[in-house]
Design a protein around this ligand. Sequence first.
Ligand code: ADP
Ligand code: MN
Ligand code: MN
Ligand code: MN
Length: 356
Amino acid sequence: MSTLLDGLINLDITDSGYLIAEYIWIGGSGTDLRSKARTVKAPIKSPKDLPKWNYDGSSTGQAPGEDSEVILYPQAIFKDPFRKGDNILVICDCYTPAGEPIPTNKRCAAAKIFAEKAVETEVPWFGIEQEYTLLQKSVKWPLGWPIGGFPGPQGPYYCGVGADKAWGRDIVDAHYKACIYAGIQVSGINGEVMPGQWEYQVGPSVGISAGDQLWCSRYILERITELAGVVLSLDPKPIEGDWNGAGCHTNYSTLSMRNDGGYEVIKKAIEKLGLRHKDHIAAYGEGNERRLTGRHETADIHTFTWGVANRGASIRVGRDTEKEGKGYFEDRRPASNMDPYVVTSLIAYTTILYKP
Ligand code: ADP
Ligand code: MN
Ligand code: MN
Ligand code: MN
């Protein structure tokens, strides 16, 4: 980029008295992200200070052409790591002009579950491990892989370093810092078992905020990969065969699980999750059957299992939790392309509200 362009894009607009708000929403596929920007008067302290807005739903597969307006309700704000200054990213959900959530709006129902008294008093925490694959733009083949061929077998790549083991670290690290800048509770990053695949973790975050933060982190990742000319894939099994898939392990605890005697509460919660295995699998992401094969550190999609320190189980309890008699557990079933609003609220529903 020329230095003049560079200077212009980094102009500080704080003195104008306005800021730029990038309104972000989930598109018609349920996983694609869309966004557009508007100028608003500064300061903005909460989503309530922002106006509702609208977009053409017929262009995102979310409304018919003859009645195309979809309304955006601002729900959560983050600092914008791209425009910096006072500028913000705004996570929105989508409604008809009559005020009904449209079918792809999964946030609305999730927020209702998290607003239930019994759920709220349990202060549910979520730590979500987002795995993803970076693809070469022109051929849609993983970063670092020879075009038309394969790298050496898995083994050296997990948490690996070196030019023949890790590809895309600049993107991963840029994303890490951008998320922290934005106000997202990223807790870490690591290289994954399949080369070209990476992970970051968001959390522990409370209730609906986990979903807002994960969606915002995905948006930032799409923007950074766009800049880098690399394609982001959230496919749960991007490459067939002896290659690890991509998941979105969801770590979970309630107040009672974190307190003394919590391990007993955890075991009861796991029992309830087992009773509703099918309902959870149905909500845990498209194409997950290609990933949950019982191989490559997964449990078979048809069987519910749990165990301490068992990475081949549906649910894993950590050694520390067992030892201390309290803590959290990990639901290993969700796919990388899952909707965190759906998954987090379903886990809260089954473990807190559901009565067998
Ligand atoms: P793994 O060993 O499965 O790779 P990670 O370290 O990648 O686990 O992710 C664990 C996630 O769980 C982190 O995001 C962490 O913040 C989160 N976590 C830690 N304690 C709790 C808790 N009590 N409840 C929910 N999530 C938690
Ligand atoms: Mn992890
Ligand atoms: Mn992982
Ligand atoms: Mn995990």
